[in-house]
Design a binder for this molecule. Structure first.
Ligand code: GDP
Ligand code: IMO
Ligand code: MG
Length: 424
């Protein structure tokens, strides 16, 4: 079976930390979508590491790591990431595998991302500018270049053809890009990638599954950024929900086991787009400070707000989440009162469904209020030590979502994770 772990909000729920912890129980960690727009933070021996395209299983010495066909790979970014990792873990390249079918991000994809955002002006998505959207557009437009292509003799020709297409598009945008500078490092990185382990990943995974290996699929971004179900058009360009695992790795739905959904005990979003429970005030500011809510990739400050149970119940439904992992619970220490969004009012009508019109509607969240905790969560080392008020909050969330909370994360370290006995 292949288990899945994904973010249930707008990304940055703490997936990297949790995968790093859970990887102790798995043989293989596989990324199935996204690319270097992801920034997954882990702490290894007290040292902060941010992973972008490489799965978060690399710090468990026994774990193999696969970058699946659903991922878009920027060779330059991959080379930089891997070169850095090798300094601390020289064995990583030997445990890293790339799907032949993963698509490549070209320097001109990054230029097109920037040009498209600039052209949108105030309506911009707030993209990470890593070329994600343009690379997926070329994939679905049937123009893309794939990892397997770098081993063929006519790769340079294919590259040149696609680049010319991109240059024509950039002209229409009237956008000056420094893609020429990026080209030399691109080909350098392509040469580097040729020495990595490139596999026919669907067969490779099938063999591993038949040999009884335990696999965890690591999501990137969050369910509310899903191309189909997120707050379109303020989304990313891939399927971030559990169904993306089947497309992004070539595994059948019948092989999916546990689906872990991660949510912060509050909520954040980086980039533009609707965020019903956003706190554009001093409480939001306090959350940002306590949670150190600044982007791992772009350094942008993250928008903060209360947990939105309407959106969460929607994403739990979409992915068939079997267990919830609640992260950053410690960040709410020190708040005398907190809220959870339980419904929306739209033009005087109450709804508990996530609405199609989320980008345009006059939408007000309805809150359930909770008392703050009687003692700090950050100092707890066992589930039993957690304050009763927090346990009550968790029970409410479980009831609303119809799903158990299996783990509670109360700090950045790998072991700052409390196991809910009987529920994991
Ligand atoms: P990801 O993209 O889902 O992997 O999350 P990010 O790494 O982008 O952002 C999560 C941030 O929260 C990182 O800086 C983590 O070190 C930090 N973090 C994760 N879990 C916890 C937690 O339980 N408490 C606190 N205070 N920080 C956490
Ligand atoms: P992880 O895996 C948070 C957001 C961007 C932007 C939108 C589209 O670290 O949780 P893109 O570059 O994908 O075209 O940007 O999606 N976004 C993320 N927000 N965490 C992420 O990844 C994100 N990846 C993309 O800010 O609003
Ligand atoms: Mg992140």
């Amino acid at each position: 079976m292949i288990d899945v772990l994904l973010g249930l909000q707008w990304g940055d729920e703490g997936k990297g930390k949790i995968v790093d912890y859970l990887a102790a129980n798995y043989d293989i960690i596989a990324r199935f979508q996204g690319g270097p727009n992801a920034g997954h933070t882990l702490y290894v021996d007290g040292q902060k590491v941010v992973l972008r395209t490489i799965p978060s299983g690399v710090f468990q010495a026994h774990c193999l790591n696969l970058i699946g066909n659903g991922v878009v790979i920027d060779p330059v970014s991959l080379k930089a990431e891997l070169s850095q990792l090798v300094q601390i873990r020289p064995d990583v390249p030997g445990r890293l595998f790339l799907s032949q079918k993963a698509h490549l991000i070209l320097p001109t994809h990054r230029a097109l991302d920037a040009a498209s955002e600039a052209a949108k002006g105030a309506d911009k998505i707030g993209s990470t500018l890593k070329g994600i959207g343009p690379a997926y557009m070329d994939k679905t437009g049937r123009n893309g270049l794939r990892v397997g292509d770098i081993l063929s003799g006519d790769f340079n020709k294919k590259y040149e053809q696609l680049k010319q297409k991109h240059l024509a598009m950039l002209k229409q945008y009237d956008y000056e890009a420094d893609w020429k500078e990026w080209e030399a490092e691109f080909f350098d990185a392509i040469a580097y990638m040729r020495d990595l382990q490139i596999v026919n990943a669907e067969y490779w995974l099938d063999k591993q599954l038949k040999a009884g290996k335990k696999i965890l699929a690591e999501g990137a971004q969050g369910s509310m950024l899903d191309i189909d179900y997120g707050t379109y058009p303020f989304v990313t360009s891939s399927n971030t929900i559990a169904s993306g695992v089947c497309n992004g790795l070539g595994v059948a739905p019948s092989r999916i086991g546990e689906v872990y959904g991660i949510s912060k005990a509050y909520c954040t979003r980086v980039g533009s787009g609707p965020f019903p429970t956003e706190l554009d005030n001093e409480i939001g500011e306090a959350l940002r400070k306590a949670g150190n809510e600044f982007g791992a990739v772009t350094g942008r400050s993250r928008r903060c707000g209360w947990i939105d149970l309407v959106a969460l119940r929607y994403t739990v439904m979409l992915s068939g989440v079997t267990k919830i992992i609640l992260t950053k619970a410690d960040v709410l220490d020190g708040f005398a009162e907190l809220n959870a969004g339980v419904a929306y009012m739209i033009d005087g009508e109450r709804t508990e469904e996530f609405p199609f019109e989320v980008c345009t509607a006059n939408l007000q969240p309805v809150y359930q209020q909770f008392k703050g905790w009687e003692k700090p969560i950050s100092t707890c080392s066992e589930y039993e030590e957690l304050p009763q008020s927090f346990k009550d909050y968790c029970s409410f969330v479980e009831q609303y979502l119809g799903t158990d909370i299996a783990y509670i994360s109360n700090g950045t370290g790998r072991d700052q994770l409390l196991v809910n006995p009987g529920k994991n």
